[in-house]
Write a protein that binds this ligand. Structure first.
Ligand SMILES: *Cc1c(COP(=O)(O)O)cnc(C)c1O
Length: 354
């Protein structure tokens, strides 16, 4: 299958504005393709960014049959554009599709669609330090029917928009509230799929903690309310004695982050030990109190590494590393962003240049 390109006239094209807000400004073009049962994927097209026309009865509006991905294109200081492990995003997209009974997309073709869009809209990849072009592949169920069941038609689209540096002044720690009452996902459910409903389900608790002055929710497992899962749209790591990093093992209800996986591979080469295991919240809090835990940080595509300065659980606040970013977080942040922007050696072959 080939991708048809209907570009804007050159004089109508824009480039990344000096000032923008993440998630509301989009590049000139978007990718779309349609799926119909019996016909498969068809009409792959890159065309000017536009609204979609859907029946009010379209399945996505009623039963949330929807999946998405998030990855970034980085402008190298020496020129050229890098994608970071994009194959992992297209693979995860297919795993999410399978879980939500949606059609898979040929990996190489999906990657080609992403690259073609970024290539056409390369003037939209910002060049300020720490900024990038955020890419959002999405699939929605479009069959106009209210009967409950998998849709027989789907739209796959990719949009992109500039993202500024997550941290305006260096790595400043975030405050995290451990959810005591609400749960995000349960083993056997859809927590490991990047599907819209997971985020709709988390909004109530998130809005609550923002009022209390925390920026993110840390989720515990839904069965015992005891084991640590993840934070908002980030996985989480705990550093013991400045040398040993622990992250919760993938339990079936945690989103398998690509940043998390990159840290698992990168950290040992920097001299850190790393373990994936079940982490009990009471033990973790005791180890923060005793000083054994020297750092806590979240990891995900948006922030790469987000140091956690405070954890609150059952009305008690636990301060980590004097509410400062620690050495391990800084080092992993610098290494990972160095690879992404092409200023450090890509020993793992993670970069795809455009
Ligand atoms: C996307 C996401 C992550 C992080 O995944 P990355 O691939 O590292 O960006 C973690 N948790 C949740 C719930 C997510 O949606």
């Amino acid at each position: 299958m080939t991708i048809k390109i209907n570009p804007l006239k050159p004089e109508k094209r824009q480039s990344c504005p000096e000032e923008f807000s993440f998630g509301v400004t989009f590049s000139d073009h978007m990718f779309t393709q349609e799926f119909d049962e019996g016909k498969g994927w068809h009409d792959a097209l890159i065309s000017p960014y536009h609204s979609l026309l859907l029946a009010p009865s379209a399945a996505v509006f009623h039963y949330s049959q929807e999946i998405f991905e998030g990855l970034k294109a980085y402008r190298k200081p020496s020129g050229g554009i890098n994608l970071f492990r994009p194959q992992e995003n297209v693979k995860r997209f297919n795993r999410s599709a399978k879980r939500m009974v949606m059609p898979e997309i040929e990996e190489d073709f999906h990657l080609e669609a992403i690259k073609s869009l970024v290539n056409l809209d390369q003037n939209w990849v910002p060049d300020k330090e720490g900024s990038s072009l955020y890419i959002r592949p999405t699939m929605i169920a479009t069959s106009p029917k209210l009967g409950l069941g998998a849709s027989s038609s789907y739209t796959h689209f990719i949009i992109a928009g500039p993202a500024g540096s997550y941290f305006k002044e260096g790595l400043s720690p975030i405050s995290v509230y451990v959810a005591d009452e609400y749960r995000r996902a349960v083993k056997g459910g859809v927590g490991e799929a990047k599907t819209g409903g997971n985020y709709a389900a988390s909004l109530y608790a998130s809005e609550d903690v923002i009022k209390l002055g925390y920026s993110q929710v840390l989720w515990l497992d839904a069965i015992e309310g005891r084991f640590i899962e993840e934070v908002g749209a980030m996985n989480i790591c705990f550093v013991y004695e400045g040398t040993h990093i622990y992250t919760p093992s993938l339990s079936g209800s945690i989103l398998p982050g690509i940043t998390r996986d990159s840290i698992l591979k990168l950290a040992p080469t920097l001299g850190y030990e790393i373990s994936e295991q079940r982490l009990d919240i009471e033990q973790i809090l005791a180890d923060i109190d005793s000083g054994k835990i020297t750092e806590v940080f979240g990891c995900g595509t948006a922030a790469v590494i987000a140091p956690v300065g405070k954890l609150s659980f059952k009305s008690k606040e636990y301060v980590i590393n004097n509410n400062q970013a620690g050495e391990v977080a800084k080092r992993l942040h610098d290494e990972l962003t160095g690879i992404q922007y092409g200023t450090r050696e890509d020993k793992f072959g993670w970069i795809e240049s455009i």
